[in-house]
Design a protein around this ligand. Structure first.
Ligand SMILES: NC(=O)c1ccc[n+]([C@@H]2O[C@H](COP(=O)([O-])OP(=O)(O)OC[C@H]3O[C@@H](n4cnc5c(N)ncnc54)[C@H](OP(=O)(O)O)[C@@H]3O)[C@@H](O)[C@H]2O)c1
Length: 430
């Protein structure tokens, strides 16, 4: 029998590209049975052609994109370079040339997903991106296919392994943020510049992509309120324990009657919630559908082989579609235009830690300020009174974000307030 082959090109052979290259080799014998054809890497685009790359066939390496674009035999382009440009231009050119595209690029999808998916649809080709959200965890295809019969009202998750590792170390070993970050960097969980992780931008991009697919309406990264974990202290974690909670950086999206609420921020989460037990660098996504009920997806959100696993799944699906002549079958699913609710209008309950002067009448004055901004207090605990200073822990009822912010602004200007040390939202469902 003739040995059939589908030729593919890898754009980038770093962490993920290297994993995909190795997996394609390792699974060579399976492909014939799975797809009815072989997958062959015929070109690899890199930035620096002179770099030594162990285990990679040097003859495949090129730094000339046109060599790939103009090669009619290359039918699938796998973009694993990252960043916006030149990845965006290359993907658009590949789609217009009738090539199928697989990518792991969340930055690009969160910003230009619509344009890319529309171009894929116009050219009746596949654009797949399972690895762009939560690495090895299947979530894009489950949302688009397995859960397609549901109306999804909520999707939330721990979608950044670096911050989950840091918060786990703070919770389990009592470490301060800076020490836990240093440990994450040393162990290779955090990048040299960890800004995108610790400020919540990375998680924000993933949540934008997930929410778009879950609610069938475009959510862009700019729509996502983002707040990172840099202000969380060991003291906050100790209070979380007292309240039977953990602190997690959650991406949360709700489809409500008056618009989509979407944000990434640290949350006091009840220990009994399934996401509370997601430790270390693991990720998990929790979905609420009207038919399925609650469903949770758990696993490795990054790394060479977990991410390559997701890319391989897309590659195999794309190759199957090519073999059956049905490419471009599942395109953009954003057929609605649901407004994004301004985050100031979203209601949350808050955990506040405030350092105040230790004198009579302080509590009454704080309650008065909160009351005048429609903030109801659920619990107050006075801790660690030392001479002239006292620490107050206040948990509020649900209140609109802007009312809370106004109350905090007024509180910060008062003579009794020494500092507002922590403002952390509580998750208590909707
Ligand atoms: N790493 C993960 O765990 C993970 C998880 C999920 C998703 N992702 C996504 O996967 C993608 C790849 O990430 P990575 O960690 O594998 O990146 P990486 O290790 O930095 O590798 C990037 C590769 O792309 C090549 N490249 C970069 N810019 C290029 C350009 N302008 N022209 C040609 N080649 C270029 C580099 O070439 P040289 O080798 O010559 O420098 C390198 O081979 C990103 O979109 C990332 O967000 C990564």
């Amino acid at each position: 029998m003739e040995n059939k082959k589908i030729k593919i090109a890898l754009l980038g052979i770093g962490t993920v590209g290297g994993g995909v290259y190795k997996l394609i080799k390792k699974r060579k014998d399976m492909m014939e049975n799975l797809i009815g054809t072989q997958l062959e890497v015929s070109k690899i685009l890199v930035h620096n052609k002179r770099k030594k790359r162990e285990g990679i066939d040097e003859a495949l390496i090129t730094d000339d994109w046109k060599e790939i674009l103009e090669d009619k035999e290359i039918r699938i382009v796998v973009e694993l370079m990252g960043g916006i440009e030149p990845a965006k231009t290359m993907i658009l050119e590949a789609l217009k040339a009738g090539k199928q595209v697989v990518t792991a690029n969340k930055d690009l999808l969160a910003e230009y997903g619509q344009e890319l998916l529309e171009t894929a649809a116009e050219n009746r080709v596949d654009l797949m991106f399972e690895a762009a959200v939560a690495g090895g965890i299947p979530i894009i295809r489950p949302l688009k296919q397995c859960l397609a019969g549901n109306e999804i009202t909520e999707i939330m998750g721990i979608v950044n392994g670096t911050t989950n590792f840091i918060l786990t170390k703070m919770f389990e070993e009592g470490m301060e943020f800076e020490d836990a970050l240093a440990m994450a960097t040393k162990l290779g969980y955090a990048e040299a510049d960890p800004t995108a992780d610790i400020k919540g931008y990375d998680a924000g991009r993933k949540v934008a992509i997930m929410a778009s697919i879950a609610f069938h309406s475009r959510v862009r990264f700019a729509d996502v309120y983002t707040e990172g974990i840099t202000k969380i202290s060991a003291k906050d974690i100790a209070y979380a324990k007292e309240l039977d909670c953990v602190i997690k950086l959650l991406g949360i999206a709700h489809n409500t009657q008056d618009g989509i609420e979407v944000g990434v921020y640290p949350v006091m989460l009840d220990k009994g919630h399934p996401l509370a037990s997601v430790r270390d660098s693991f990720n998990a996504v929790y979905v609420e559908g009207d038919a399925v009920g609650d469903a949770m997806f758990y696993g490795r959100g990054a790394g060479e082989f977990p991410t390559a696993s997701a890319v391989m799944g897309d590659l195999i699906e794309t190759a199957r579609n090519l073999e059956s002549g049905c490419s471009g079958r599942i395109g953009c699913t954003c057929y609605k235009q649901i407004p994004i609710k301004p985050f100031e209008e979203v209601k949350n309950s808050f955990f506040l830690r405030i350092q105040v002067k230790n004198e009579p009448g302080v509590l009454a004055r704080i309650a008065n300020v909160f009351g005048s901004h429609k903030v109801s207090i659920a619990r107050v605990v006075q801790k660690n009174s030392k001479n002239k200073s006292a620490e107050l822990v206040i948990v509020t009822e649900k209140v609109k974000e802007y009312h809370m912010q106004d109350a905090l602004d007024e509180l910060e200007g008062m003579d009794i307030t020494e500092s507002v040390c922590s403002v952390i939202r509580e998750y208590d469902g909707r």
